[in-house]
Design a protein around this ligand. Structure first.
Ligand code: FPP
Length: 242
């Protein structure tokens, strides 16, 4: 029997997969552990899934690590997630010469602690020339905030006389977003059984396929990714046509 990985049609591999990594809290609760250990397990899963997606040949992976709404969580939980991020960035920086993947951050970075902003700059420059998968980590990211910031960039161009309102095109709007330099996701995966978009990439998902996987994010394994890709490939994308 073929393995799930062998079932994947490599000629139709999604070039961009976006993931809402949900269920860390429930994973910890089931084990009577503090929520921060759920996020720690979630960060380990992120590394494993990034490696698996890179090995498959996926070009772009966008992951929702911290939303604009997540600031409403307890200070303890927010610090826990930020410390995981620091640790993740430090580990990449330490072994950057051996790494294959390229990392960048989408979202509004100015609200992040200064030291995190510095690490982000360093990691983006250290990884810029890497040949492998592009990992886009969404931090302090909100789809509406992304569109709002994009609107302001376009409005500024109108204000300084560079363009007229009637010159605005869909491409211009796409390019004004944080994701402007890479293609829209073909596939969006959300774990933990929740079926919501939670203000993730709003403009960019116009034609995306969705897979809602019941596994909690820390339990999500490369086999689950292969299965979700197969499930996506067995659907037909019509883009509104016939
Ligand atoms: C959703 O689970 C998850 C988050 C809000 C945070 C996701 C963060 C990580 C996976 C770690 C990020 C680390 C790095 C290195 C970028 P939840 O807490 O909403 O889970 P619940 O719905 O079960 O409570």
């Amino acid at each position: 029997m073929k393995s799930l990985k062998e079932e994947i049609d490599m000629t139709r591999l999604p070039g961009h997969i976006a993931i809402i990594m949900d269920g860390n809290g429930r994973w910890a609760k089931k084990r009577l552990l503090p929520r921060k250990l759920g996020h720690k397990a979630g960060a380990d899963t992120l590394e494993e899934i990034t490696k698996a997606a890179d090995a498959l040949g996926v070009k772009h992976l966008t992951v929702y690590a911290f939303s604009t709404e997540n600031w409403k969580r307890s200070q303890e939980e927010i610090s826990g997630i930020m410390d995981l991020l620091r640790n993740y960035l430090d580990r990449y920086i330490a072994k950057a010469d051996k790494e294959n993947i390229k990392i960048d951050i989408i979202g509004e970075k100015s609200r992040l602690d200064e030291d995190i902003q510095e690490k982000i700059k360093l990691i983006e420059s250290l990884s810029a020339e890497k040949p492998g998968l592009n990992l886009h980590i969404a931090l302090n990211y909100g789809g509406r905030d992304d569109i709002l910031r994009g609107f302001k960039k376009i409005a500024a161009r109108i204000e300084n006389g560079e363009i007229k309102a009637e010159d605005i095109t869909e491409e211009m709007i796409s390019e004004s977003l944080d994701t402007g330099f890479y293609p829209d996701p073909e596939l969006v995966i959300r774990t933990s059984g929740e079926e919501r978009i939670s203000n993730f990439l709003l403009w960019q998902i116009a034609y995306s396929e969705f897979v809602f996987n019941k596994k909690l994010w820390p339990d999500y394994k490369p086999e689950d990714l292969y299965e979700d890709i197969c499930y996506y490939q067995n659907r037909e994308r019509r883009f509104g046509g016939r």
